[in-house]
Structures are given as C-alpha cells and as structure tokens.
Design a protein around this ligand. Structure first.
Ligand code: ZN
Length: 320
C-alpha cells in the first residue's frame, strides 16, 4: 500500500456493456432457484396460474435478476458481450497494495417481471469510489457498481447496486506492525443483532436459553427469521413460540475466505430444519466440516461468545 492516496477518478463512471446472458429466461433455472429458496409461488412454475395472475406465461422470481447475466466460473462471456472487466478498478487497487475484498451490501430494484424466453443483458457503471477509509478490517475503498438490466426490447427490468470494500488488511501479528501506545485498534467484536418489535422476542429468548420462533396468528404457520407479516397469509398477528431446539442439518456451508474477524475459520454454518418445521441459520459446533452430513440430528445450545453476548448454536446429538 502506498503512502499517498491514489487517484482513482479515471475508473469512475463509464458505461460498459452489454453483458449478455448465456441462456434465455428458462424453467429449469427458475425451478432450481425456487427449490433452493423454498418458494412455492405458482406463477413461477404453472403457466395457468401465471396467466390467471395477468402474465403471458410463467415469470421468474425478480430476485433472480443477477443470475441471468452472471459471468459464471469461466472467463468467457456470451457472444455479443463486452469483454472488459467492469470491476477493473479492483485490479488497479490490488496493484496499489489493497489485496483483500469483501462484499458490503447489494441493493436491487425491480421495475418489471421477466418471463420465460426473455433474453436479458446488463450494462455497468462504477457509480462511486469512496475516499480512503480506515475500518476494523483495514484501510481501503468502498466501490459501488451500478448494473442496469434490460430485456430484449431494451426495457429496463431492474437495477443492482453492488458495493465492495477493497482493502489492505490490518496485520494479524500485532508485533509485526507496532503501534504507538494507546493507538491500538480496538478488538473486532461480533456485530450485535438488530432488536426491534419483530426480533426482540428472539434475542430475549436466546438470553433466557430458549429458542423461539414466530407463530402466525392467522394460519398458525411457524416462521423464522422474524418478520412483521406472514409470507403465507400476510397476517400481521403473531405470537412467539418456544421450540425444542432439536432438528436436522438441512444444508450447510463452510466459509474459508476471506477470513473476517472475529470469526474462527473454517467457519461452519448450517441451515437447521427444526422438528417443529421451520428452518434457521446457525453456527454448527462440535463436529468437523468433514463429518457434517445433510440430515444429521442436531440440538441447539447457547454460548456466551463474547462477554455479555449470548448466541445460539447447534451441536450434533450424541450417538448420531
Ligand atoms: Zn399466516
């Protein structure tokens, strides 16, 4: 990392594209998406239901927006695509000594549905590059890319703002990067959960050593994470319900990189299906990532992960 703040203005703005899609909007991709997310809305798979809702045929979940024109693992872009890298500024920052990157947030807006057979493309611009910032992770720049998505009629179907932080990490070995007395950066703490009218019951439950989910007052369906309205019947009435904390591993992922403090790596994260029926994301402990398997019975436990901060986590049931 150089001492002087680099001038990155040359990378700002611009209009790159089109970035085209390999495939037209299609049922198999929609089906996989809906299956993975547990979305049963019939307009995504039943043409009659979609027509009854006023569409010409099945439509794709708007949240799939990014999926259609994503580059994929290969470098090659579909024919007719711009071959340049919209995130060229990240490469430049790397050369300037900011090697690490972390996604900060992503905001999408949908202006119209896309339907089966539509062919999408997107254009990209670097909307903003921050001043050099010092954060708990290190020193670097927030870079925001704005992608605008179009259909084959060149109508905008949605936009996505994708923000990353490209940075030089703080030295992990404090001795290797001596700091003046009194100026040591504070230890990175886990983010504290948001407590509002919808989520307070959950965190109070965790503090009391209880796992609680919401039960809809309209259709009685259990749900998690907390939300103000029932996704099934839209009722705003709900009550907290204590659940057993027993369940099975529905899916899991092992986070390897980037290593973001204060978490331990590899970081084993599971989607647990509770025996009462709803699912919840949690750390998995007491098992190696090599031994986790889908369907493994697990039980919730509560641990003080930092002084004064209790969290739920799951552990395989003994004997399983
Ligand atoms: Zn309901």
């Amino acid at each position: 990392m150089s001492d002087a703040t680099p001038d990155l203005s040359a990378y700002l703005g611009g209009d790159r594209g089109p970035y085209r899609s390999w495939d037209a909007v299609n049922r198999p991709m929609i089906r996989h998406w809906c299956e993975a997310l547990g979305d049963d809305n019939p307009i995504y798979h039943d043409a009659d239901a979609a027509r009854a809702a006023g569409f010409d045929g099945i439509v794709a979940p708007p949240t799939m927006l990014q999926a259609w024109t994503m580059r994929g693992y290969r470098e090659a872009r579909p024919p007719g695509s711009d071959t340049s890298d919209p995130f060229e500024v990240l490469v430049a920052l790397e050369e300037l000594g900011y090697p690490a990157v972390v996604a900060v947030n992503c905001e999408q807006e949908y202006t119209q549905y896309v339907g089966e057979g539509d062919t999408l493309y997107h254009r990209s611009t670097i909307e903003s590059i921050s001043e050099q910032k010092s954060t708990a992770l290190g020193v670097g720049f927030f870079v925001t890319e704005l992608s605008t998505y179009y259909n084959q009629r060149d109508e905008v179907v949605g936009t996505m703002r994708f923000r990353v932080f490209k940075f030089a990490p703080h030295a992990r070995d404090e001795a290797a990067a001596p700091v003046e007395a009194g100026s040591a950066p504070p230890a990175v703490r886990r983010m504290r959960p948001v407590r509002n009218e919808d989520t307070r019951f959950f965190w109070e439950g965790v503090e009391a050593g209880e796992l609680r989910v919401q039960r809809c007052g309209g259709c009685q369906t259990l749900r998690h994470p907390p939300s103000s309205a029932c996704p099934h019947c839209q009722s705003l009435e709900w009550t907290p319900q204590r659940v057993s904390g027993r369940g099975t591993v529905y899916s899991f992922v092992t986070m390897h990189y980037p290593e973001i403090p204060p978490f331990d790596y590899p970081n084993l994260i599971a989607l647990v299906e509770l025996e009462e029926g709803t699912r919840l994301v949690s750390n998995l402990v007491g098992v190696s990532r090599h031994d986790v398997r889908i369907g493994m019975p697990v039980q919730v436990e509560f641990a003080e992960v930092e002084p004064g901060f209790q969290l739920h986590q799951f552990r395989p049931l003994e004997g399983c």
